[in-house]
Design a protein around this ligand. Structure first.
Ligand code: TRP
Length: 455
């Protein structure tokens, strides 16, 4: 019999642990900062509600229906057809995402170490903090070591299996994460930048919306919710029949979105208090947070706490990425869990090496206008995940048939219309919206590519 989650709370915590990660606390603030502030936030929220929630439900439905990893799930639903490639696309996405995710996860370990050795207390202006971040990420040796340490942490947890490893850790770590975040917001509100920060964050300027904003917001919605590659198919496959998918999906989406929005509240007041540009890019939280805390009594403690929080969030997400890849080899290839974790963990770690060096010795190597790290990030978030979500919706809605799976949604639900609404969205709305956005993305990137060719 397939291993199941120990409890309903355990499942929601583990799935929320997958969703809540660097995407919420590191990526969401810097994308919001560089892609249009409140206008970006609104499009992101729309994407979460119109596309994220229905596809979250769809992935959980597929997972519990088939009780398989993404490849196995498509094999059991539409085996022998090219649709199985959607499952492989998911496993490959997991591979690629974890390879660069682990580099940023490594940075959080580095900052915990810096905090514990008292080195963060010198970073009392954003300029100094930014220089420190640049030097830290450019150093090949420490980047690699911390990247490997992060991978090792994920491997250790996935080793323990579903109930003993993933669930046990998430149940403790998730509530702790919430608590620490609330403390941090409290500090940010007294930083003096509250008014400007909130106006940037909450008052939309719609003239800032471009194709780029829309694509980034859509990719971020998928990335943050762990959608489009079958992570939720895999987690749903361990879900027992007695649990309600709709309720679980609402909770996961709510918790993930809440943490992202809270992270914005924690970051933007301080950004404006220190007269920083919100468009600093991937270094944003690493510049702002140490500088805020260095000026505060007891700040060292809070700084370490913050990076510890970020590390926890990142590990529980990294674990879900690794679990997808391993579940494929365990289910489909008959590997033991230990073998899958060791071999795949090692290969992903190696694939992460060029990403880890992208801020130092490989920073001049450009692929499609960005570093190797940027390339993998963009390829997965903007292309592979929305494409995966598109195929998941089409396959479930048109190929396999919703009537075969709709019973997975709470059989005794009083509000029948929610079921029907979901079916309608998955069949007609999600694929259509994703198709339109995807075509404009391909077009925009193609134009940029041709322009570079002739520049
Ligand atoms: N959602 C995680 C975050 O926000 C990252 C992540 C974990 C992910 N599993 C995923 C992203 C699967 C896409 C697909 O940090």
């Amino acid at each position: 019999m397939r291993e199941h989650w120990g409890s309903k709370l355990g499942f929601v915590m583990a799935a929320a642990g997958s969703a809540v990660g660097l995407g919420n606390i590191w990526k969401f603030p810097y994308l919001t900062g560089s892609k249009g502030g409140a206008a970006f936030v609104i499009i992101y929220l729309l994407a979460v509600i119109i596309l994220g929630l229905p596809i979250m439900i769809a992935e959980l439905v597929i997972g519990r229906h088939t009780e398989r990893n993404p490849v196995g799930a498509f094999k059991s639903m539409v085996g022998g057809t090219p649709w199985v490639l959607v499952g492989y696309l998911g496993v490959i996405s997991g591979f690629l995402i974890l390879s660069f995710y682990s580099v940023v996860g490594g940075w959080t370990i580095g900052y915990i170490v810096k905090g514990l050795t008292g080195m963060l207390s010198n970073l009392n202006t954003p300029d100094v903090a930014a220089r420190e971040f640049r030097e830290f990420t450019a150093n090949p040796l420490s980047s690699l070591i911390y990247h490997l340490l992060f991978m090792a942490s994920c491997m250790y947890i996935v080793f323990g299996g579903v109930k003993g490893g993933i669930e046990k850790w998430n149940k403790v770590l998730m509530p702790l994460l919430f608590a620490i975040l609330l403390v941090l917001i409290g500090r940010g509100f007294f930083s003096g930048g509250m008014e400007k920060g909130l106006s940037f964050y909450l008052t939309p300027d719609f003239s800032k919306i471009t194709t780029d904003t829309i694509i980034a917001a859509l990719g971020q919605a998928f990335f943050s919710l762990s959608l489009g590659m079958g992570a939720m198919i895999t987690y749903g496959s361990y879900l027992s029949r007695s649990e309600r998918i709709l309720t679980a999906a609402f909770w996961i989406v709510f918790l993930d979105t809440a943490v992202a929005l809270l992270a914005g509240f924690a970051v933007f007041p301080s950004v404006f208090a220190m007269e920083l540009s919100p468009a600093e890019g991937p270094g944003l939280v690493f510049h702002v947070v140490p500088a805020v805390f260095a000026r505060m009594p007891g700040g060292q403690f809070f700084a370490v706490l913050f990076f510890f929080l970020l590390f926890l969030a990142a590990v529980t997400s990294g674990v879900s990425l690794l679990e997808v890849v391993c579940a494929y080899f365990i289910d489909e290839k008959g590997w033991s869990r230990h073998r899958a974790v060791i071999i795949m963990g090692t290969i992903i770690a190696l694939l992460g090496v060029p990403s880890a060096l992208s801020f130092g010795c490989l920073s001049h190597v450009k692929m499609l206008g960005g570093t190797f790290f940027d390339f993998i990030d963009k390829l997965t978030s903007n292309y592979m995940l929305p494409l995966g979500g598109f195929f998941i919706a089409i396959c479930l809605g048109w190929k396999y048939g919703l009537e075969k799976t709709i019973h997975e949604l709470d059989p005794d639900t009083k509000i029948l219309s929610i079921k029907e609404l979901w079916a309608f969205i998955i069949k007609f709305i999600s694929p259509f919206v994703l198709f339109v956005v995807f075509i404009s993305l391909v077009w925009a990137d193609l134009v940029a590519f041709v322009q570079r060719l002739f520049a």
